[in-house]
Design a protein around this ligand. Structure first.
Ligand code: DGT
Ligand code: CA
Ligand code: CA
Ligand code: ZN
Length: 622
């Protein structure tokens, strides 16, 4: 019943960690408001998310202290505690309220352990509730605005009288904040933009949050005896980067539908039942996510799955094709007069319409119907095709693996090559390497490579910063000594598009650069990132045989699907890298692979799928 800690809680926690997002990922924690059902009714579902919730509670405590300006020592201690829980791969919920055991967790001191034990025992931390009560309730919402931190929020509150997002918007509209110290015209303009961005995106959740939740629901529903088949459909099945709601489809005997629907709406994470009918139910979870469930007769399962997978536009095209053949397609099947031609599986519906199988990732009404009409669609890249990781960090910068641990983990996955690409000197907060440290690190990597010869190929590389003007963070002579160079943007992400284009093209044109890491620096739903001219970027990459990375981290997915598609169309090869900082980051591959599939990528388009020989041939190109 509980979330599998390695699979889900850890992924949640990992999600919070990897990009340092520590505030309002939906984990069921509402700031300022008590759990409406009280601590005693806290569910297994919530408890199993203990790591993520603890990470969030401690982050909030740090935020509030910072807004109040009270206790700098505590701010740091709480941030550390937040990171410790976010990083944890073991499930705190399974450890239980045992201070001694909790203290044994890396980075957890006695005070933190006591607070965590209180949370595990009561479902909350009194100190957290007291702290949150000291600031206006609406103030915490401001922390969700990208780029707005506790210090500015304190200023807006204390000096500007801002107590909520509505206040802030009104005061921005009335130009009341321009006089505040440190809030120049540009800063206010950026703030307006950030608010607009946050508002257009707040209704959706990222795929990395949605996927584990959907999989958990599917696991629970599968256990019901009356259920013949079930899976998720909708935008999640298509692999979109953001998800509006979850759509689950169940095949069952109609006589069993009421029972299944009752079991579904009674699952622990459900806080609100929006619709409960025999064939359609709709609920909201503690995370605020809507989940729709449709129960259909097994003879309609394929048609229903197809219908609710969408996209709407793809469905319209499919229905049009049916009509052109004097048939009718709906969620129950493909019909001619009153006779059902197909419906039990998607495959038979496609076949009856004269189409080969169309992968859900491609169902967006682009060219997929024409391709499927012409013959079997080319096989899209799969996780199993990936044989190397070309962007990973070790303890030399901000990773948590030694070179050996990283290499061993990759080898266990069956990878033939792993590239060690720690951060460069400008990434001070990520402990980036200056030239001397990189030179020493390179020697260590090469020694490890020799020890591991025959087990896995270890490449000495770097993730070098692309500075604001497109210069790189290391001298060319040093880059020339490395086996592989990933170049990425991490700063000046508010730059205007023409500067961003020139910056990235300049980096691409550096002959030592092999891969451009996360092209825009965007974080899904949190940071827009750069908006370079993708045509110019892909043209430069094609000219120089430079590869563009799909960073598979669930919060990045950068290249995004459309950019990856544009790259392929320009003849550019892709990389799918996890940017691993430690276990279980290599599991992020699935998200990168889904994004690549949405772009129509085949294994041969992705350098990580190449043989070691072909990969080295490309890296050694002149
Ligand atoms: P989302 O939830 O906004 O991320 O996107 P979807 O694609 O999951 O959309 P959703 O949940 O509204 O509906 C799931 C699928 O059901 C959708 O992709 C296509 C199908 N569908 C829903 N409503 C309609 C409709 O009014 N017409 C048609 N043709 N299909 C619909
Ligand atoms: Ca949906
Ligand atoms: Ca839906
Ligand atoms: Zn990286």
């Amino acid at each position: 019943m509980a979330f599998d800690p390695r699979g889900d809680a850890a992924r949640f926690a990992g999600a919070l960690r990897t990009v340092g997002v520590s505030r309002r990922q939906p984990t069921g924690l509402m700031c300022g408001t008590a759990d409406p059902r009280g601590a005693a009714s806290r569910t297994l579902f919530q408890m199993a998310n203990a790591n993520a919730e603890l990470a969030q509670i401690f982050a909030q405590m740090a935020d509030v202290h910072e807004i109040l300006g009270t206790d700098r020592f505590r701010v740091n201690a709480f941030r550390r505690a937040s990171r410790a829980f976010a990083d944890l791969t073991e499930d705190t919920g399974a450890i239980g309220p045992d201070v001694k055991k909790l203290t044994a967790i890396d980075g957890v001191g006695k005070g933190t352990a006591q607070r965590a034990a209180e949370y595990l025992e009561t479902g909350g931390i009194a100190e957290h509730a007291e702290l949150v009560a000291q600031i206006p309730e609406g103030l915490m919402d401001l922390l969700d605005i990208p780029g707005l931190g506790p210090k500015t929020i304190a200023l807006l509150w204390r000096e500007g009288g801002v107590e909520s997002l509505d206040d802030l918007k009104a005061k921005l509209d009335d130009d009341e904040l321009a006089a505040l110290p440190g809030l120049g015209g540009r800063k206010l303009e950026n703030l307006r933009k950030s608010i607009a961005f946050a508002e257009t995106t707040s209704e959706r959740i990222s795929i990395g949050i949605a996927m584990p939740i959907a999989e958990w629901f599917v696991q629970q529903i599968e256990k019901l005896d009356a259920v013949r088949q079930t899976t998720f459909a909708g935008s999640l099945r298509r692999g979109r980067e953001t998800i509006g709601d979850l759509d689950l489809i169940v095949a069952a005997d109609p006589d069993d539908a009421a029972e299944i629907s009752a079991a579904f709406t009674a699952l622990p994470p459900v806080t609100e039942v929006l619709v409960q009918g025999a064939t359609k139910s709709s609920v909201r979870t503690t995370d605020g996510i809507q989940v729709d469930l449709r129960i259909v007769d097994p003879s309609s399962y394929g048609a229903a799955l197809m219908y609710f997978t969408g996209s709407k536009e793809h469905n319209v095209a499919m229905r049009g094709r049916a009509i052109a053949r004097d048939a009718r397609l709906n969620e129950y099947g493909l019909w001619m007069d009153e006779q059902r031609l197909a419906g039990a599986t998607e495959q038979e519906v496609f076949e009856a319409l004269g189409l080969s199988w169309i992968d859900p990732a491609l169902r967006e009404d682009r060219d997929e119907l024409a391709l499927a009409e012409a013959g079997p669609m080319p096989a899209l890249v799969e996780i199993g095709d990936i044989r190397s990781e070309l962007h990973a960090h070790t303890t030399a910068s901000d990773g948590r693996w030694s070179i050996e641990q990283l290499a061993e983990t990759a080898a266990e996955r069956g990878f033939h090559t792993i590239a060690v690409t720690d951060h460069s000197r400008s990434q001070g907060q990520a402990n980036g390497l200056n030239e001397e440290r990189l030179a020493a690190h390179m020697i260590e990597v090469r020694e490890a490579a020799r020890r591991l010869e025959g087990r896995i190929r270890v490449l000495a590389g770097t993730e070098v910063d692309i500075l604001a003007d497109g210069r790189l963070d290391y001298a060319d002579a040093l880059l020339a000594e490395l086996d592989i160079v990933v170049a990425s943007v991490h700063s000046a992400l508010g730059q205007d598009p023409s500067k961003a284009t020139a910056r990235i093209v300049r980096a691409i044109e550096n002959p030592h650069v092999d891969i451009i890491g996360h092209l825009t620096g965007r974080l899904i739903l949190r940071r827009e990132g750069l908006a370079p001219d993708v045509a110019a970027v892909t043209a430069a990459a094609a000219d120089t045989d430079t590869v563009l990375e799909i960073n598979a981290n669930r919060h990045r997915l950068d290249l995004r699907d459309a950019h990856a598609r544009a790259a392929l169309e320009a003849g550019v090869k892709l990389a799918i890298n996890t940017d691993a900082h430690g276990a279980p980051d290599l599991d992020e591959l699935r998200y990168g692979v889904l994004t690549a599939r949405r772009a129509g990528a085949k294994a041969e388009d992705v350098v990580n799928c190449w043989t070691g020989e072909k990969l080295m041939e490309w890296l050694n190109r002149s």
